[in-house]
Design a protein around this ligand. Structure first.
Ligand code: BGC
Length: 756
């Protein structure tokens, strides 16, 4: 049904229009009954439906409807699987349709700047390409069911400490390359119905009032078509927010902000045209939902099974000593196995706060193993919810480990250790858990550690255990997935979407996270996550992109479509393929990663950056191609002078890896850019700059011998200094130091500028 939203907006009174730009209550938008505008509902998200009927609150104190808790984003991003994220989105879209929810508030894709951010479990990655692609797939899945998403939290909300007032101070290149890039990909590829602005300030301005962010970048540059909604209570100055591009304020402000907006429209501080545009954007999505309701079946058990499938594809096998098909994992059913740790019986499967789902059931590993008729012993070892030493529980764990062939320790972070609302104090597991793992590893050579956590942990016991399986916060079916993976019914195929540093102090944001409560200085710039560890050649506990399998893969036959690529229109692409063969005994999936290295030296850039990934599924001995398509953006960095993405003409290396530190194949391509950053020659322009620009290089070389003094170093001056002196000489120096007549230098400058 085609609706004329513009005509509808014309019929609304100013009061009605102002009303439509604010919430009716905690979760509902306002209706205008006389014109048939319905009141639609939005709900959290993102890894399940948190629909609260009465007594709404966003801290999760009051219950929401019984629903399915899917794995959190920390897990699902590790699947590196866009189809899987689409499937998750579809399931959520169906639930929303069944429950009459117009928008699910997610995905959340803030970059994991520090392992300490309390909300990292809800976020996807330290890498914007991966986060953006994963979010786009999720959004497309949800929206295929005619339900909207809310891409959040826009932008640069990477900590919980004073999240509503902190000022994130970030330079533009870092913003564009790291903190905005994931949003850009998701908006351009998937057009979320809504974008949720964050609480914090960005470079001194509240995100909710940030015109550059909400209008110039989001709408004008990226072409966002939906409405911008505030994070809950994120609006400070309502008229300023509307002028900046914030359409809908949520939740109900108590009326004060409606009055402020009405007054501002009446006295002209907010134009009626701006108000109309906001209302039009909101109503377009309200009716896109209301006019396209679909009958959705919402079967809890079927979705529980999907949650288990997703977790199986997302968990990451971090360590498995021995060859891939002869490690401690998978376990054999006839082994004498003991499960140790409270999470075996009571898994931690989701994080706390607004994303908290009222899971209709939870499957623990103990239940899942029993359902298979496999006999395992169980001792608690340590509690699930606190950090307390219990010598008798420790002793029982050690005794049980001694009696067994294999000890599997179910460890993780208690709820209180990570949550929305506050950041973590440290990167450790509870001490009581580390003590038990170390003691068990002393007593038993065959130890597996299974982790339930939303963000990296240190592993002081790593040398003493043979295997580590990272489940992250795996949703309500986590125990089912864990057992399937432990016993080899499913083959692990997740790869880390973030680096596990050896020590917290290694993290690039360490000095500046979370800041003083007023500002958070993003001084590490673009060197976030592996971009930093690689640049500094630092070891990590587990690198970005790492993940093992019960089979092995051979990489070969790297083909780059052409050895040179000319970006004339900017729309040219480059196809890269590589053959992957399953060389082991069982079926498995491999996530092949493509990184690009800029060898031009034009800018200070990370050594390599992820620009493609492809997950291939292979039967034993089977070979398939992993396929990647690169474009201009794959080679580019954000050039602030140009105000655009830019790649220098020169050589770039394409590197194919099984992780960011397990690089298998590479090829070099020559890129020609055809774009020059703005350049104007004046008295302070250096010879170095003239040599670097292809347009002025020729004349510079011509003049070098004659006029620029590029001769042999005089006595007493090292040749290196002479060389630097030549490169760093300015036009002014020609006249003042080298004795070229003033008028001649003027003419030289003019000649150069004619070339530009
Ligand atoms: C959170 C959002 C959430 C909203 C509604 C806020 O506190 O930051 O992620 O969607 O509450 O519950």
């Amino acid at each position: 049904m085609e609706r004329d939203i513009k005509a509808l907006v014309k019929q609304l009174t100013i009061e009605e229009k102002v009303g439509l730009c604010g919430g009716e209550d905690w979760w509902r938008l306002r209706a205008v009954e006389r014109l048939g505008v319905p009141s639609v509902m939005v709900s959290d998200g993102p890894h399940g439906l948190r629909k609260q009927n009465d007594k709404a609150d966003h801290l999760g104190v009051n219950d929401s409807i019984k629903a399915v808790c899917f794995p959190s984003a920390c897990a699902t991003a590790s699947s590196f699987d866009e189809e899987l994220l689409y499937k998750l989105g579809e399931a959520l879209g169906e639930e929303c349709q069944a429950e009459n929810v117009s928008v699910i508030l997610g995905p959340a894709i803030n970059i994991k700047r520090s392992p300490l951010c309390g909300r990292n479990f809800e976020y996807m990655s330290e890498d914007p390409f991966l986060a953006g692609k994963s979010a786009a797939a999720f959004i497309k899945g949800v929206q295929s069911k005619n339900v909207g998403t809310s891409l959040k939290h826009f932008a640069v909300n990477n900590q919980e400490f004073f999240r509503t007032t902190v000022d994130s101070v970030v330079d533009e290149r870092t913003l564009r390359e790291i903190y905005l890039a994931a949003f850009e990909i998701a908006v351009k590829e998937a057009q979320p119905w809504t974008v949720m602005c964050s609480y914090n300030k960005l470079n001194g301005i509240h995100a909710s009032e940030h015109q550059w962010l909400l209008t110039k970048v989001l709408r004008d540059e990226w072409g966002f078509k939906g409405y911008v909604v505030s994070d809950w209570f994120a609006v400070s100055d309502r008229p300023a927010a509307l002028n900046a591009g914030l359409d809908l304020e949520m939740p109900y402000s108590g009326g004060h902000n409606d009055e402020a907006l009405l007054e501002a429209v009446k006295d002209g501080r907010v134009s009626e045209a701006a108000l109309d545009a906001a209302v039009e954007r909101i109503l377009t999505k309200v009716f896109e939902y209301a006019d396209n309701r679909i009958k959705a079946e919402f079967n809890l058990d079927a979705h529980h099974a999907i949650a288990a499938e997703i977790e199986k594809e997302s968990a990451v096998l971090l360590k498995n000593e021995g060859s891939p098909d002869n490690g401690l994992l998978p376990l054999k059913k006839d082994q004498k196995i003991v499960f140790i740790g409270a999470y075996a019986a009571k898994p931690r499967f989701q994080g706390g706060g607004s994303s908290h789902i009222n899971a209709y059931k939870v499957t623990s590993a103990l239940e899942a193993v029993k359902a298979r008729g496999v006999d395992v012993a169980y001792v608690e070892g340590f509690p699930a919810d606190k950090d307390v030493d219990d010598p008798s529980a420790l002793k029982a764990a050690v005794e049980a480990a001694k009696q067994a062939d294999v000890a599997v320790v179910f460890a993780g972070l208690p709820d209180a250790f990570e949550s929305e609302g506050y950041d973590r104090d440290h990167m450790r597991l509870p001490d009581c858990q580390n003590t038990v793992i170390a003691a068990v590893a002393e007593a038993q050579p065959n130890v597996v550690v299974v982790l339930h956590n939303g963000s990296p942990v240190e592993a002081p016991w790593i040398g003493g255990v043979k295997s580590v399986l990272e489940l992250y916060l795996g949703g309500q079916a986590v125990g089912e997935a864990a057992v399937a993976l432990l016993f080899g019914e499913a083959n692990p195929s997740g790869k880390l979407a973030e680096t596990f540093p050896l020590r917290l102090e290694d993290n690039p944001s360490y000095e500046n996270f979370p800041g003083d409560g007023k500002t958070a200085q993003y001084r590490e710039g673009v060197f976030v996550g592996y971009r930093y560890y690689d640049y500094r050649k630092m070891d990590a506990l587990f690198p970005f992109g790492h993940g093992l399998s019960y089979t092995s893969f051979k990489y070969g036959n790297l083909k780059v479509e052409k050895s040179a690529v000319d970006f004339i229109t900017g729309g040219e692409t480059l196809k890269v393929t590589v053959d992957i063969t399953n060389t082991g005994k069982v079926a498995g999936k491999e996530t092949v990663q493509l990184y690009v290295e800029d060898k031009t030296g034009a800018a200070i850039r990370p050594i390599r950056e992820l620009k493609g990934f492809d997950k291939v599924s292979l039967a034993p001995s089977e070979t398939k191609q992993a396929v990647f398509t690169l474009d201009k953006r794959s080679f580019s960095w954000y050039n602030v002078e140009l105000g655009d993405w830019y790649c220098e003409t020169g050589d770039y290396k394409i590197v194919i890896g099984a992780s960011s530190r397990d690089l298998r194949l590479s090829a070099t391509v020559k890129v020609t850019s055809h774009v020059n950053p703005p350049f104007h020659v004046d008295w302070n322009t250096t010879i170095d700059a003239l040599l670097k620009d292809p347009r002025t290089r020729g004349l510079t070389l011509e003049l070098s011998d004659k006029r620029f003094g590029n001769g042999p170093a005089p006595e007493g001056i090292a040749s290196k200094w002479a060389e630097r002196g030549y490169l760093e000489a300015t036009m002014r120096n020609l006249y003042m130091v080298m004795g070229v007549p003033y008028e001649e230098v003027e003419k030289i400058i003019e000649a150069f500028n004619k070339l530009l």
